[in-house]
Design a protein around this ligand. Structure first.
Ligand code: CO8
Length: 261
């Protein structure tokens, strides 16, 4: 296993847990985090043992308090644009991972931190977590695809208010908006995350991968094109041993044992 400067990675059984590990900076995303996340995900993508990825932040205060503002003070426009590309490519890479990603959010998920949570497939949050896009207070806005993505995920009226006002909102509110899929008392976050993870870890990795392909296409393409992607992905999925196992197990009234082929 590699040693990372800003990340911890713990593979255990079918689950790979990534912790963004800059707790004294509230896990702010600096250029090293972006680079290391991308390298680590590239390794996990080709590890067939790992069926689910959990993303969390170190410490109990923050999931991720955003992109690193200290790096931005003297940054040129060119550097900022390059950085935004790097960020967007990371968020795309996360969505394109064959394995589902589950964000486990115990504290602040702000700006680029809310965005990295939204690049995960499922979000579980503690009632102590809080969310928001505070960028407008810095004289910028969520420029790493964040403005466009939130608009797609939760609808334009609320997305606009979140971007323009920049205020923080609770996990309960995030849950109401559909931004968070499940909320838990702080002490139960780990257990509730583990439940979601176990569910995902037992499904067919083939179906999971193909399904994510279609959902990504739907996010990014027009209806007709996305449906063509869907038909293709469904065909590939239907060709799998896992599909035979899943349907057969139903008929035989037993639990399926998916192999990932
Ligand atoms: N960047 C850098 N350092 C940070 C960040 C951050 N986003 N957030 C917190 N820190 C640091 C603080 O500076 C402080 O460090 P130090 O001890 O060196 O002064 C340490 O973390 C602890 O933070 P606080 O003392 O501020 O803790 P509080 O409990 O008082 O406050 C808050 C917690 C409310 C979360 C507060 O830290 C805060 O407002 N943080 C900034 C939140 C924010 O504005 N996030 C958006 C950042 S911009 C962004 O994400 C843009 C995305 C688009 C571009 C992406 C390019 C790839």
């Amino acid at each position: 296993a590699m040693a990372w400067e800003t990340l911890l990675y713990e593979p255990a059984g079918r689950v790979g847990t990534i912790t963004i590990n800059r707790p004294d900076q509230l896990n702010a995303l600096n250029s090293t985090v972006f680079r290391e996340m991308s390298e680590l995900l590239a390794e996990i993508a080709v590890d067939p043992a790992i069926r689910v990825i959990v993303l969390k932040g170190a410490g109990n205060k923050a999931f991720v308090a955003g992109a690193d503002i200290k790096e931005m003070v003297d940054m040129s426009r060119r550097e900022a644009e390059t950085r935004s590309w790097t960020g967007m490519r990371l968020y795309d890479q996360m969505r394109r991972m064959p394995q589902p990603l589950v964000a486990s959010i115990q504290g602040y998920a702000l700006g680029g931190g809310m965005l990295i949570a939204m690049a995960c497939d499922i979000r579980v949050a503690s009632t102590a977590a809080s969310f928001g896009y505070p960028e407008i207070k810095l004289g910028i806005f969520p420029g790493t695809g964040g403005t466009v993505l939130i608009d797609r995920l939760i609808g334009p009226a609320t997305a606009r208010a979140i971007c323009l006002l920049g205020d923080r909102f609770s996990a309960e509110r995030a849950f109401q908006l559909g931004l968070v899929n499940r909320i838990a008392e702080p002490d139960d976050l780990e257990k509730e995350t583990a439940e979601v993870v176990e569910t995902l870890a037992n499904y067919s990795p083939v179906a999971m991968r193909e399904l994510k392909t279609v959902l990504n296409a739907s996010l990014e393409m027009d209806f007709a094109t996305a449906r063509e992607v869907e038909l293709d992905a469904y065909g590939r999925c239907f060709d799998s041993e896992d599909r035979r196992e899943g349907t057969r197990a139903f008929v035989e009234k037993r639990k399926p044992d998916f192999k990932g082929r």
